[in-house]
Write a protein that binds this ligand. Structure first.
Ligand SMILES: C[S@@+](CC[C@H](N)C(=O)[O-])C[C@H]1O[C@@H](n2cnc3c(N)ncnc32)[C@H](O)[C@@H]1O
Length: 377
C-alpha cells in the first residue's frame, strides 16, 4: 500500500497523531544530526511510527522521505502528514528488511540515508487491543503487522522447552523455565488469551523488588520479538540498507535493548573493517569496509530527555557512513543463544546443548514454524 503526501513540513513539531498517546520520538535531534539530511536527498525511514523522524527530516532539508511501517494503523494515521509534505513523503505498508526492494519499486535505486528506530510505538503499546502491554488488559496479540500467529497462538502451541528457550534467549529472563512451566500448567485449565492472564501467570513465579521492572517485562519482550521475528528483521534491514545506501550515505539505528544493540554493534564492527581474506585468498579478494562508524560509543539520551520521556531510558543510537565498497552478501546470523547457568553435574562435552567452558550452553531459539508444528523435538 503506497500513499503520497502533498504538503510540506516546516518543523518536526508538526507531528500530530490522533489515538491513544502520541509517540514522542527518542533521540530525535541526535538522529537527525547523524543523518545530516541534504537538499535533494532521498531518505528511508524504515520505522515510520508516528512520523516524528520523517517530519524532522522533511523539516531539515528539501528532501524526499520514503516512510515504511509494517503496521497499517501507522500508515493510515499519517494522512495528515501525507497531506502536508508537498509530495515529498511516500508511505508504504511493509517491512524494513525489504526496504531496498520497496524503494526500488518506487523508482529509487540509491538512498542518502536510512533510519531505523526499533521496537514498538507508544500508540501500539497504549492500545490494549494490540495486546503489547501487561499494563492494560487486552487480547494477547502483539502482532505489528496483519498476519502471522499471535502471541496467544505461540503460548498455546509451544512446548514447555520451546517456551523456556524463547523467554530465556529473547527476554533474557533468568526464571524462563519456571515461567514456561507456569504457562503450561495454566493452559491445562483453559487457553491463555489475554495480556492480563499472562501477566498474572508470570507474576506468580517472577517476583520483582519494588523499583524493579514489572515481573512480566522480559516475558512480554520475548514473545513480542518472537511473534514479529524482530531480530531477523533487524539483520535483514541492516543488509538492505547496506545495499541501497550511496557512498557517503548515512545509517542511523536506535535500539532499545541489548539484543538489538548487539546485532547493530556487531554488524557495524564487521562492516567497518576489511575482511574475508585468508592465507589461501589473494589480497585483492579481501572485502573492503562498507561503513565508517561515526559513533565509537552508542549515543544515549540525557537526563532531561529521560525525565520527559521515560521510554527513552534504554535507547542507544549508532550511526555509520557508507563507503563506496560494494555491499557484502547478507550474513544469516542465528537468533541469540545465551549461555545457561549450569543446572546439573553432567560430563563435560561441547556442542549446542553440551557444556562449554563456562557451563551449559543454551539451546537455540526455535523457529516460528517449528513451534507451531510442535516438531522441534
Ligand atoms: C519506535 S516506533 C518508531 C517511531 C518513529 N521514529 C516516530 O518518530 O514516530 C517503531 C515503529 O516501527 C514499526 N516497525 C517495527 N518493526 C518493523 C519492521 N520490521 N518493518 C517495518 N516497520 C516496523 C512499528 O510498527 C512501529 O510503528
Amino acid at each position: 500500500m503506497v500513499s503520497e503526501v502533498n504538503r510540506s513540513f516546516s518543523t518536526c513539531s508538526a507531528v500530530s497523531v490522533t489515538g491513544p498517546t502520541p509517540h514522542v520520538p527518542v533521540l530525535l535531534r541526535q538522529a537527525i544530526d547523524y543523518l545530516a539530511p541534504r537538499d535533494g536527498g532521498v531518505y528511508i525511514d524504515g520505522t515510520f511510527g508516528a512520523g516524528g523522524y520523517a517530519a524532522a527530516i522533511l523539516g531539515a532539508a528539501a528532501a524526499r522521505v520514503i516512510g515504511i511501517d509494517r503496521d497499517m494503523n501507522a500508515i493510515a494515521a499519517a494522512q495528515a502528514q501525507v497531506d502536508a509534505s508537498g509530495g515529498r513523503l511516500t508511505l508504504v505498508e511493509g517491512r524494513f528488511a525489504a526496504l531496498d526492494a520497496i524503494a526500488s519499486g518506487l523508482g529509487v535505486a540509491a538512498a542518502d540515508g536510512v533510519v531505523l528506530d526499533l521496537g514498538v510505538s507508544s500508540m501500539q503499546l497504549d492500545t490494549p487491543e494490540r495486546g503489547f502491554s501487561f499494563r492494560h488488559d487486552g487480547p494477547l496479540d502483539m502482532r505489528m503487522g496483519r498476519d502471522g500467529p499471535s502471541a496467544a497462538d505461540i503460548v498455546a502451541a509451544a512446548s514447555e522447552r520451546d517456551l523456556a528457550d524463547i523467554i530465556f534467549n529473547l527476554g533474557e529472563e533468568r526464571h524462563s523455565r519456571a515461567v514456561a512451566r507456569a504457562i503450561v500448567e495454566a493452559r491445562r485449565h483453559g487457553p491463555i488469551v489475554t495480556t492480563g492472564a499472562l501477566a498474572d501467570i508470570v507474576g506468580r513465579v517472577v517476583h520483582g523488588r519494588s523499583g524493579d521492572i514489572h515481573p512480566a517485562t522480559r516475558t512480554f519482550q520475548a514473545l513480542r520479538l518472537f511473534v514479529n521475528d524482530e531480530l531477523h528483521e533487524l539483520e535483514g534491514g541492516l543488509a538492505a540498507a547496506e545495499r541501497i545506501l550511496k557512498p557517503g550515505g548515512r545509517l542511523v539505528v536506535v535500539s532499545f535493548h541489548s539484543l538489538e544493540d548487539r546485532i547493530v554493534k556487531t554488524f557495524l564492527a564487521a562492516r567497518s573493517h576489511s575482511g574475508g581474506g585468508s592465507r589461501h585468498l589473494p589480497e585483492k579478494m579481501l572485502q573492503a569496509a562498507t561503513y565508517r562508524v561515526l559513533t565509537r560509543r552508542p549515543v544515549t539520551p540525557d537526563a532531561a530527555e529521560i525525565h520527559e520521556n521515560p521510554r527513552a531510558r534504554s535507547a542507544k543510537l549508532r550511526a555509520a557512513e557508507r563507503t563506496d565498497a560494494p555491499a557484502r552478501p547478507a550474513a544469516g546470523v542465528p537468533l541469540p543463544t545465551l549461555p545457561r547457568a549450569p543446572t546439573l553435574t553432567l560430563p563435560r562435552k561441547r556442542g549446542r546443548e553440551g557444556w562449554g567452558r563456562r557451563g551449559r550452553v543454551g539451546r537455540g531459539t526455535p523457529s516460528l514454524a517449528a513451534v507451531l508444528q510442535g516438531n522441534r523435538r
